[in-house]
Design a protein around this ligand. Sequence first.
Ligand code: GUN
Length: 283
Amino acid sequence: MTAQLINGKEISQQRLAKVAQAVEKRAADGLHTPCLAVILVGNDPASAVYVRNKKLACEKSGIKSLSYELPASTSQEELLGLVVELNENSKVDGILVQLPLPPHIDSQAILEHILPHKDVDGFHPYNVGRLAVKMPLMRPCTPKGVMTLLEAYGVDPKGKKAVIVGASNIVGRPQALELLLARATVTVCHSATQNLSEEVGAADILVVGVGIPNFVKGEWIKPGAVVIDVGINRLENGSLCGDVEFDAAKERAAMITPVPGGVGPMTIATLLENTLHAAELHD
Ligand code: GUN
């Protein structure tokens, strides 16, 4: 069996087109143009690429973006000062601080200063808590993008066994809450998990986000599983690969996301959906 490819690029383009339509309609109705402020600190090359893609997607969908590119030497106080200024700026609907931040900055303290209704990443503990109590406000972009992909491909998590590999604040933990909300039975695996291959082998829906190339072996995957690979790893030869052994996995899975062109574009489309939502909250 060769798995059906889950085309995140195509679904993300459909979602971006919907955002663009909604932005146009807002203008026709005399409502303000949504505005996203993006903050990048330092010169991590991968972060620079992600931020550029986020700004390009804003342009394409008619969302205004403000860009703050700060040196790696920026102090905690300076960054907090910028966040507070953007919180107070009534023209700004969403604030995104690209992670990771330089090690001298307390990332959590910065994220906790973003007003929850401007927190388009959904990382503020208020938004994490809202998701945990089944009342989401701003939902973290990557896990929400994964749910959009599952829905687009007719995969209903209800009653299925979902296994997540990786328990990060950006992917694994909020993904567990999203899948729980969708009524899956959820297992979260992490670096202390024993018998990882067995846990993975039980998954009807497998979501992997660990940042290690080819970490999950194709032979671990249950035949017929839906495999969502969140990893984007750059190899020494410059090519990109995911956290799952793609070639072997696609021989067992029913559906699988490629890297690139799977989850990555969905994260960006969801960010713009969240920015539109933030603008609606702001009206
Ligand atoms: N770094 C890696 N993924 C993300 C994300 O979704 N949002 C932000 N702000 N930083 C990231």
